[in-house]
Design a protein. Structure first.
Length: 926
């Protein structure tokens, strides 16, 4: 009996091994299924089968299983290749090699349009080359479902472009409209939806206020006065536009107005109100890469494609795409305004010595005498006599002494106003999640007064005027006098001079008060099965979901439920999604959805909702600046939008962890923690993998800062390697990244960062970290980021580099030069790789960097540069560096600017370098 059991066990093992070997060749999915089936078969029936049909029968069954496995593997291989190739084709048609489907999306008359002509052409070639019938893999002749998949991704990345009164309403059939809505909250607490304005029109209106977004803009400033400027700005702030890189462009404003008034006494001295009055203003342009923040809420093209590969039901997949297109994403633009009224009142006491010299005329008239005529005896009166006398007023001169307080002799009122534009995700309602938040407009008034006392030299009387009204007041004379001369000497002695300065600051700041994230799997699952009473999927009581939904494939008349195909191919679905860098983050979500559908998990079981918390918006072109590590970290975090308090708190912690910002620090004892933040275990592995992907060691300081940025914000070039840190707990208290970002003191910022990011076991080192944070706040608070635009070369190389950069700029400015892959080596034509390569040939005599064994010029550039030249950090670029990503390359010319052969529709252009666009940089001359 024991021998028989052993024999059965050997046969069991042999059969299982044979099946596994065959399955391994056929494909991953088939292998798992067949191995599982074989194992159960062997355990339960091997003895019976041997006795009934013998070993020969077993071999026949094995052969049948192998055939099934091979067929399953064959179809898996087709789906895997189709998924991979269609994804590459869809993203390869973007002319600049960015891989962003937004690059084939255009705005036409306030509507979105996707140019799929090139996609269709390449797909036709692919299916013909592979000799595969489209319908056998669920794709229609006109690729209609693939177009809808593209639309599902696009709408969640673009704004609603319609007029203000139409935004948010139902989109007419056949029209494509974005689902992102920008809402601006003004300083007074009011708000309104912003309206899209075409780029050329928007920059024209901005130029009328003296700010040129485009250097080629010819419109000159036409508004100067306060009334004109504010009227035009108030209209402009209600609008937005998108540049060619789909960056959101908004405007803010800062202004200064000065009013000067004088006291009556000062006016007597010849002063005039308004002397020195001025109104100065500036327009602040905010350019924001908003799509990088909200792309986590989109449905990538590949998710829909993977569902099509497994469900084999295009009608169902189009319903999924339509669900994604019904999303709503509200982004708030918050006007955080600060108005400071600086009032300076100049006053002083004075003693006056007054001397008044008055001469007046008096007239005496004497009546003529009566005279009798000797001849006629007539009596007549002689003419009166008139006597004038010049008198001096007694006493002469008149004197007086007066003491006055000249309060508010001169008052200067300067009003400074700054509107800082801040962006946040207000609410999200998508196919898988809902996020809501509320913000409070906090208005704070603060008044600070001070008194300035000037140093006095010798105080003495000084003659200030020949005549002053003080004389009329304090040395009056009768108005009835006939004044011939009236002059005065006024001497003044000023003392107790002082300047009372009062600064009254009113600030309004929108701060987050609440936020909630929930997953809504019912939306997605309601496309498969519903409760007839509610019309929705019941995630709490699965037995209530009795009605399966059916869909038709394109061109078919019979509808069917996609459930069986999906549930039998879930491992294939997960494998496809995990194999693509754009969808790998959706693998857990898909597993959760279908596990919930099958009752394997309960609603919200073990779900981390923090992945749906929106990150911070950052301005396009922001990066890592500075010469020291501390400076780089400070400005990297400031560019993400964090406050000085928050950044100082982070700096204090990093300084403590690495013993003074040492990028090569290794934890004492265990040796586990490394670098600035003493990354350990899984985080350590991720950092090392990211560094290796760049061809660098983990000790590289810019690599560590990029990784830090990704862990804090979920953004940036290292985001594919790092997991965003959102919360931590110590001593039973939980702190989040949001509480760190909104901290209002350095101590609170240090505590919250320590817990949510560093995850300590206790708070014993908190005080030391807070002290270090305070030091960094004192050092960096208010400092502006440096910008490096100089060529760090000398001699002949410096001249050559300058000439090459000027040449690159000239080519981009000359329409004679065109983009062409077919004619990439002809005199007036370039593609991206030949552009940078030919420039280095012409100016430095370097062999063509785009030549080599690889099929593409960009891949040859990567290989040649990594073999023979210097790999540099994307955060330490110098003019002349070559920027690279898969399928595209460009030339960095300094000041965060690149020149690139961008594509047929763009040509050779000068462009702003945006964060995360390229993954590597090479320095050829150093």
């Amino acid at each position: 009996m024991n021998d028989e059991n052993n024999n059965e066990q050997l046969q069991d093992d042999e059969l299982e091994q044979n099946v596994k070997k065959s399955a391994k060749k056929a494909g991953k999915e088939a292998a798992r299924q067949v191995a599982r089936v074989a194992k159960e078969l062997a355990k339960k029936a091997i003895s019976a089968l041997v006795k009934a049909i013998g070993i020969k029968g077993i071999l026949i069954i094995l052969a049948v299983i192998v055939v099934i496995v091979l067929l399953a593997g064959f179809w898996y291989g087709i789906k895997e290749n189709l998924f991979k190739d269609v994804s590459e084709i869809a993203h390869g048609i973007t002319e600049d090699g960015s891989g962003q489907i937004t690059d084939i999306t255009t705005i036409n008359e306030r509507e979105l349009e996707i140019d799929t002509e090139e996609l269709e052409r390449r797909l036709d070639e692919w299916f013909e080359e592979k000799n595969i019938n489209k319908e056998t893999v669920g794709i229609s002749e006109d690729y209609n479902e693939l177009k809808k998949f593209l639309e599902a991704e696009i709408v969640t990345l673009y704004p609603d472009l319609r007029l203000r009164n139409e935004i948010g309403t139902q989109v007419p059939e056949g029209k494509l409209q974005g689902c992102v809505i920008f809402n601006r909250n003004y300083e007074d607490g009011s708000s309104e939806v912003l309206e899209y304005t075409p780029y050329d029109e928007f920059i024209l209106e901005v130029a009328k206020l003296g700010k040129k977004i485009d250097e080629e803009q010819t419109q000159e400033q036409i508004y100067f006065t306060k009334t004109e400027v504010e009227e035009h700005y108030n209209d402009l702030k209600r609008k937005f536009t998108l540049d060619e890189n789909n960056n959101l462009i908004l405007v803010g404003m800062h202004s200064s107005q000065t009013l000067v008034t004088f006291s009556d006494y000062a006016k007597e001295e010849g002063n005039i109100d308004g002397t020195g009055n001025a109104y100065i203003f500036g327009i602040d342009v905010k350019k924001v890469n908003y799509q990088s923040v909200i792309e986590k809420y989109s449905m990538p093209f590949e998710v829909s494609l993977a569902l099509l590969m497994t469900s084999q039901n295009s009608g169902y997949c189009e319903a999924v795409a339509d669900l994604a297109k019904k999303s709503n994403i509200y982004i708030d633009i918050q006007d955080n305004a600060t108005t400071s009224v600086l009032t300076d009142v100049y006053s002083y006491d004075s003693d006056f010595e007054l001397e008044r010299y008055v001469k007046y005329r008096t007239v005496t008239e004497t009546e003529g005498a009566l005279v009798r005529s000797p001849t006629t005896e007539i009596v007549t009166r002689l003419p009166a006599t008139r006597t004038e006398t010049i008198n001096t007023y007694d006493p002469y001169p008149m004197t007086g002494n007066v003491t006055l307080n000249n309060s508010a002799y001169k008052t200067t009122v300067q009003t400074l106003k700054n509107i800082n534009v801040y962006l946040c995700v207000k609410s999200v309602n998508t196919w898988i999640t809902e996020y809501t938040s509320s913000y409070t407009n906090n208005v704070v008034n603060e008044e600070v007064s001070s008194e300035w006392l000037p140093e006095e030299d010798e105080i003495e009387f000084v003659e200030v005027t020949d005549y002053h009204s003080l004389c009329d007041t304090y040395i009056p004379i009768s108005s009835e006098l006939d004044i011939m001369e009236n002059r005065a000497t006024t001497k003044e002695k000023k003392y107790n001079k002082k300047m009372n300065s009062t600064t009254n600051t009113t600030s309004n700041t929108y701060t987050k008060s609440t936020s909630t994230v929930i997953e809504t799997p019912e939306k997605f699952l309601s496309l498969l099965k519903i409760d007839l009473n509610t019309g929705e999927f019941d995630a709490q009581n699965l037995s209530n979901n009795t009605q399966k939904l059916q869909y038709k494939n394109i061109g078919e008349t019979t509808a069917f439920s996609p459930e069986n195909n999906l549930l039998s191919s879930l491992e294939v679905l997960y494998s496809l999604i995990s194999s693509n860098s754009r969808t790998v983050n959706f693998e857990d979500t898909m597993k959760y959805l279908f596990d919930l559908y099958q009752g394997k998990v309960t609603l919200n079981e073990n779900r981390d909702f923090s992945i749906y918390e929106p990150g911070n918006f950052y301005e396009a072109g922001s990066g890592i600046y500075g010469s020291s590590v501390q400076e780089k970290v400070w400005f990297a975090l400031k560019n993400l939008g964090y406050s000085d308090y928050a950044v100082a708190g982070a700096m204090g912690n990093i300084d403590y962890e690495s013993s003074g910002f040492s990028t090569v620090a290794v934890e004492g004892g265990s040796g586990e923690g490394i670098g600035l933040c003493q990354w350990s275990f899984g985080r350590k592995t991720q950092l090392i993998q990211y560094a290796e992907s760049k061809g660098l060691s983990w000790q590289d300081e810019d690599t560590q800062i990029e990784f830090l940025v990704a862990e804090i914000s979920g953004q940036g070039v290292a985001s594919d390697y790092a997991n965003q840190r959102t919360k931590g707990t110590v001593s039973g208290n939980t702190y989040t990244s949001a509480s760190w970002a909104s901290a209002t003191t350095i101590n609170d910022a240090t505590l919250t960062f320590m817990v949510f990011f560093e995850s300590p076991s206790n708070l014993n080192s908190l005080r030391e970290r807070q002290a270090r944070a305070q030091n960094y706040y004192n050092q960096f608070n208010g400092r502006e980021a440096p910008v490096n635009t100089n060529i760090e070369l000398t001699g002949e190389n410096a001249n050559k580099m300058l000439n090459m950069i000027n040449r690159a700029y000239a080519i981009a400015s000359d329409d004679t030069y065109q983009y062409s892959q077919a004619n990439r080596n002809e005199e007036f034509y370039y593609d991206c790789s030949s552009f940078v390569s030919r420039l280095y040939v012409d100016y430095f005599g370097i062999s063509r960097l785009d030549s080599g064994r690889n099929e593409t010029g960009t891949e040859n550039i990567r290989e040649n540069c990594e073999r023979s030249y210097q790999i540099v950090s994307l955060t330490s670029l110098q003019p002349g560096d070559i920027l690279w990503k898969n399928g595209h390359t460009a030339l960095y010319i300094g000041d965060n600017t690149i020149v690139e052969a961008k594509g047929t529709n763009y040509g050779i252009v000068v462009d702003t370098l945006t964060a995360g666009r390229f993954v590597k940089a090479y320095r050829i001359i150093y």
